[in-house]
Design a protein around this ligand. Sequence first.
Ligand code: AQP
Length: 347
Amino acid sequence: MTTFEPLVFSGIQPTGNLHLGNYLGALARFVPLQDAFNCVYCVVDLHAITVAQDPVELTGAIREVTAAYLAAGIDPRAHIVFNQSQVHAHAEMGWLLNCVARMGWLNRMTQFKEKAGKDKENASVGLFTYPTLMAADILVYRATHVPVGEDQKQHLELTRDIAAKFNNDYAARIDGLGFGTEYLPQPEPLIQGPATRIMSLRDGSKKMSKSDPSDYSRINLIDDADTIALKIRKAKTDPEGLPGELKGLEGRPEADNLVGIYAALADRTKQSVLDEFGGQQFSAFKPALADLAVEKLAPIAGEMRRLKADPGYIDAVLADGAGRAAAIADPVVATMKEILGLLSTRR
Ligand code: AQP
């Protein structure tokens, strides 16, 4: 078995306002990983263009996600922060892995079905092959750990299948080049805690999403205190009060979601939240949740606004990160080509 250097990779799409789900499911979990791993955090802009984007808004959104990374506490000097389209190796590796992945595997991806909707014939080819590009994003750094929300679990499983098939199909060649029998790792998804799937505030059966047409469905990272309080006050609930035990949240997706959000923001378990609020009405719980959300999000929003006012600084961070990312990724693509028998002069 080959031993791989531990490395964290993850990304966020610049597809609109970042929301509480992106924060709790991804960003907030990226920050502590910096203490234990080398981390590569990417603004995955090539993924964003799998659906229509306004070019001016896209540029702004790339800077906004970068500002969110920095405001949340990611250190771009100790680690790497960059946007995907500046590092050519992602697209090149994406092609190599398109030739490893099978049509049947991609046909099973539920996110494509959800995002393409009824009009599949009109979806971009890029939207269909999105998961192979995501596999490339991870494997081009030979990353070992990937913090993501629950919605990305299936794509991580596909990434592992692609890595295994590549290693298996080219094992002899990989061994011949001195890598043992594995060149690509089996990256571990890091999907933990009470906030791996934050649901819409309007419908507890749908995940909170940037592309939901209703702004009341999500709390945006840049919402001000009054807007956060209003959205939580208007959040859908049922007529019952809060239960004292977890079992009492079963079949009550909206109540479960709000308790999960509170637990994640307070870094507590859902049971400990119920120990405090069990027996109370939502009219008492919602203001407490709003205060907590404002306390946690306001400093990030303030710092994001400050950073966004200086796009030159953000662009410099991305350019520096892209250079350091390419220094890791380019040799991996060169070796992949060599393993495949493509004439490659770099190693
Ligand atoms: N509702 C959520 N709960 C927990 N985690 C979530 N993530 C997204 N939504 C939730 C996690 O955030 C990271 C970045 O996601 P993304 O921007 O790459 O794309 P997405 O998963 O498709 O997010 P959205 O907000 O729903 O965007 P749109 O509307 O553009 O598709 C990932 O780790 C994701 O798991």
